[in-house]
Design a protein. Structure first.
Length: 352
């Protein structure tokens, strides 16, 4: 297999889309947060940091979770059905969902603090090693999921290149809060996208990400399809938040009008978690009522998941169970050799 330019051991990797501003500040252009950061400061996602006027990704090659699943569980139903994927995620997210099920691995704030301090023992896996694990487990694809892949884009692209050379396909599970430049960069490397459409209400989105709008999300989903990515969408129906027949009908109408009547729409069940722990599970009747709205809107491929919510990593095996034979120094302390941020490391100032 051809070797990539990825570092053999953990280190900070330059952020793929950045703009130098005055006085050593930089702007990250990976997602619509477009964080403007000065030396020692990290972005909202916590995964990108300015060190002396250059932005770096802290989480390149760092895995928070891994598993082998049918592609249908992502959920993706109309691309390579019946095949298996190696699912991986890292730390860092551009949203703060009140009902997040992957809190520790998705937001990963303490894990990214440890990386920034040079105290992390998280697993570092090169793109070649990850592809080798996928081949060893006999899967046909690699899926980026659990956390938001847009804030891990440098690694996602390197893995995709290696995966395609090895004959594997690639899947991207996302909130679609991504800049157009980043989407243009990653789309040629992605075979299939499963994107959330969480709501058609700006208030819903802004409760979990103050800078997000519905239009930004929908534009990115549409653009991905126009760029040739196989696109499927998913709505996690949350009681009292996005479960009115009218809103579900309008989501289904948007999918039909923009992605096509055959475009798959996945309707999943909400399970109480985190700040929404007092919100009840979605009644199965509500899920089927969403299905009826899909029928009314003329969508031909709506799927109901009475037992399934997000693509969670709650029951995954430890990372070691997949990688122990592959990577000798999996749990060594990950230290950046530079000391330009001083003894407090890159924790000096956070965005939040
Ligand atoms: S949230 Fe992260 S990925 Fe998004 S612009 Fe800020 S630093 Fe970049």
């Amino acid at each position: 297999m051809p070797q990539s330019k990825a570092p053999a051991h953990y280190q900070l990797v330059r952020t793929a889309l950045q703009e130098n501003l005055a006085n050593g500040t930089t702007r990250c252009h990976l997602c619509p947060w477009r964080c403007k950061l000065s030396h020692g400061q990290r972005g909202f996602c916590q995964a990108h940091v300015n060190r002396n006027g250059t932005l770096y990704n802290l989480s390149y090659g760092i895995l928070s979770a891994i598993d082998v699943n049918p592609i249908g569980e992502k959920p993706i139903r109309h691309f390579r059905p019946g095949t298996q994927v190696l699912s991986v995620g890292s730390y860092g997210c551009s949203f703060r969902c009140g009902g997040c099920h992957n809190l520790e691995i998705s937001w990963g704030v303490s894990a990214l603090d440890d990386l920034a301090r040079g105290e992390s023992t998280a697993a570092y896996v090169t793109p070649e090693e990850l592809v080798a694990v996928a081949l060893r487990h006999g899967v046909q694809g690699i899926a980026f999921t659990y956390s938001e892949p847009a804030v891990w884009l440098e690694y996602v692209i390197d893995v995709c290149e290696q995966a395609h050379q090895a004959g594997l396909y690639t899947v991207y599970v996302s909130n679609s809060f991504i800049s157009e430049q980043a989407l243009q960069l990653v789309a040629p490397h992605i075979d299939a996208l499963c994107s959330d459409i969480k709501s058609l209400s700006n208030d819903f989105y802004q409760a979990i990400c103050p800078t997000a709008t519905v239009d930004q999300i929908l534009a990115a989903i549409l653009k991905a399809q126009q760029l040739g990515v196989h696109v499927e969408t998913r709505t996690n129906v949350i009681p009292g938040k996005n479960d009115t027949p009218d809103e579900l009908y309008r989501i289904a109408c948007w999918v039909r009008e923009n992605l096509g009547e055959n475009s798959p729409w996945h309707i999943t069940k909400f399970f109480p978690a985190y700040q929404l722990s007092t919100v009840p599970e979605t009644p199965v009747e509500t899920l089927w009522s969403a299905y009826e709205q899909a029928q009314r809107a003329g969508l031909k491929n709506a799927y109901v998941y009475p037992d399934k919510g997000c693509d969670c990593a709650e029951e995954n095996l430890p990372i070691e169970s997949y990688l122990a034979n592959q990577v000798a120094d999996l749990r060594q302390v990950k230290k950046c050799t530079a000391s330009c941020c001083g003894s407090e490391g890159v924790l000096l100032r956070k965005f939040e």
